[in-house]
Design a protein around this ligand. Sequence first.
Ligand code: G16
Length: 543
Amino acid sequence: MEIATVRTAPIAGQKPGTSGLRKKTRVFMETHFLENYVQAIFDGIGGVEGKSLVIGGDGRYFNDRAAQVILRMMAANGAARAIVGQGALLSTPAASHLIRSRGTDGGLILSASHNPGGEDADFGLKYNTPNGGPAPEGVTDRIFEATKTISEYRILVAQDVDLSAIGTTTLGSMEVEIVDPVTDYAALMETLFDFGAIRALFAGGFRMRFDAMHAVTGPYAREILEGRLGAAPGTVVNAQPSPDFGGGHPDPNPIWARDLVDVMMPEGAPDFGAASDGDGDRNMILGKGVYVTPSDSLALLAAHAHRAPGYSGGLKGVARSMPTSGAVDRVAAAMGMPCYETPTGWKFFGNLLDDGKVTLCGEESAGTGSDHVREKDGLWAVLLWLNILADTKTSVKDLMEAHWRTYGRNYYSRHDYEDVESEKANALYDGLRAALPSLPGRSFGGLTVSSADEFAYDDPVDGSRSERQGLRIGFEDGGRVVFRLSGTGTVGATLRVYLEALETDPERMGRDPAEALAAIAEAADEMAGIRRHTGREGPDVIT
Ligand code: G16
């Protein structure tokens, strides 16, 4: 088969963000855009000759076409083997597991995660390293450098590979193994959780609703929850992945998964509700009449993980991203285990997990995971919750209330200002950064600032330093506000404002979070001039 060497030139804007390269789908479809980036990945990792890679994505628009291009480019670049999810589908955690279990040289995941899909929406591509995790900054820097000097790419002139049937075929001299996307992942889950106990829970009449949001987790949730655990048929809704996620926004939070919240709040609601995102790595947890914030979920899971067989020996330590609330820190302190604070981005957990420093990690952005893979894992979090509910025979609401009484409650909320003009967002952010040294001792909205800094992270394993990772301001009463600009958006800038207030008085733990955080929200606006800079009266999304 003929290998074409195609002349090309660098394309601006191919810098990977928080999690790979995310752009408008139409941008990815422009001439040479995808091919340049794929070749830059190959060049950035020292070539793929003789190597094997896992390939799969969340099924969004262009997933199938992009997978075929990647396979032809792998073959032309001398790769030995591609392991591809049937139909080019793989959830992000399932891809991470395959990379690890099959010992490949990494993988390419086609996804823009929770961003909407479709020709006019978003697409993304990221490289995961042989440990199964997102490439760390050292690697993405090399990939970005390669995008700036590229002059040609190699691609096989060939027909599409039929990815619809499981089995092994060839493309040029490369082997292509097409695997069932669910089987290996489901088997891994069976090793971690007490499926018998969860089955008994469902057999006893426990009712659940899982919203797959028309995204990749549908087939996984159907097989595991309804198939292997005996949840009632229809427990998993919106289970069929579609290229535009049913026209929705596959982000499992109270705004975009409103339907699920509406089902879970009234009398007579199911006992447990959950949702996951486009590529299956995020999760949302609800009980009858209660929404559990991702930060609280991480803390609860850390406190109870030992109830699941995979974690019965206890946890080595925990980690959370900096903007995530300190709820898990309080559990770690009480249980005498280390707790690490990392920048936003799952890639920062990789070294801690590989080095055996932590077992569990999580982020405020609805991501929770453990050392079973090197990605956050939506369904895994749901199964750990189910295992805990089966073991404690307690409701979600009672579990959370007991948790707060034991450890205190970290009221928490994130305010997002989306699609802000970049100059305005930068003016706000840079202005606040410049003011940081002058903030301690000053009062805003009646709250006095006790600390103010820009977060930087020194990786305790490889010594690498990551600077400029968010502005954090602490108040004398234990509250905190963090400002960050998102690294996953595709248009303009998204300003994220993370609000947190600690409550240790049991009498005041049942408040409305918006009320408990009102003073901090006011202080945040006053110190950063959010309304003044953005011209917005309030956030677009509150989670
Ligand atoms: C990605 C990263 C997460 C991060 C999130 C939000 O999640 O993997 O670590 O917390 O983006 O990042 P940002 O605040 O920069 O938008 P996902 O689910 O999109 O892959």
